[in-house]
Design a protein around this ligand. Sequence first.
Ligand SMILES: NC(=O)c1ccc[n+]([C@@H]2O[C@H](COP(=O)([O-])OP(=O)(O)OC[C@H]3O[C@@H](n4cnc5c(N)ncnc54)[C@H](O)[C@@H]3O)[C@@H](O)[C@H]2O)c1
Length: 313
Amino acid sequence: MVKEKILVIGASGQIGVELTLALRKIYGEANVLASDLREQNDLLRGTGPYVSMDVMNKEMLHVQVIRQGITQIYHLAAILSATGEKNPHLAWNLNMQGLLNVLDIAREEKLHKIYWPSSIAVFGPTSPKKNCPQQTIIEPTTVYGISKYAGEFWCNYFHQRFGVDVRSIRYPGLISYKSAPGGGTTDYAIEIFHEAMQEKKYECFLHQDTFLPMMYMPDAIRATIELMEAPEEKISIRTSYNVSSMSFSPGEISKEIKKYIPDFTITYKPDYRQAIADSWPQSIDDSVARKDWGWKEEYDLAGMTKDMLSNLK
Ligand SMILES: NC(=O)c1ccc[n+]([C@@H]2O[C@H](COP(=O)([O-])OP(=O)(O)OC[C@H]3O[C@@H](n4cnc5c(N)ncnc54)[C@H](O)[C@@H]3O)[C@@H](O)[C@H]2O)c1
């Protein structure tokens, strides 16, 4: 068996922490190098090697890849939807140039595999709202969505033209309790749990009936690893796979939380993030991922709420 040495870029982020820990379990602590611009997340300390690195510094990235004998990269560093709208140029620069640096090095050094996440933010107001298909009208209106859609085509290009084995998932909003969210429009679905536990009330920045596609982090980590471990011939999508597990609104999640915290109350004060949410689909058709590499979710809203609350206790 080929020995893999994995580099995770953006390892201190919401997904990076949990993905790094999961990869270390599979490939061995020493074989998963965590890296980030910011300090190492506390949950990663003592679990394996860490290097401080800026993905925009291509030379430094290249040196690390050669020096450490890296064979795979999981590239997670990005500016997310809500933060991106505050600084569109910064979001475009990091989201595009970071990816191009990784893809160029993957090609030059003949890396075995690359993982790069896209998002349901690629879809725009003209995409179907319900069960949005894998291939459909895609006209994103946020800089984040534009950068993710362009990124998908760069991945496809590097695969077609240079044979780089790059794989991708369009994550929905991800809900987790271990590491904090990074400035996305679906962050309310994490904040609501913390506020419900601590304050028994929450003011939501989206309307009561704003339905969005969501996923619990354990499912997202498993989807990522299953996609990366699938045989190459099973991968028919080289832009990015639709993957889905649940769709709910702030009203619905607050009802679910009330089952455990009966005196919890929610109020609604939509801000600029409402327009972002309104531009996205409410639910996603992921039949291609199910057919190609056997994707199936484990958590629904009820299962996720129960698990979140018991872990936050
Ligand atoms: N969390 C979600 O709900 C969600 C949904 C869809 C897609 N995604 C995508 O998944 C990926 C990871 O998201 P996340 O939620 O973990 O984000 P996050 O903001 O929590 O983490 C991103 C990490 O990247 C690091 N970073 C930023 N600039 C960097 C640079 N120049 N060099 C190196 N590291 C840098 C940050 O310090 C941070 O730790 C992103 O590509 C994001 O677009 C996330």
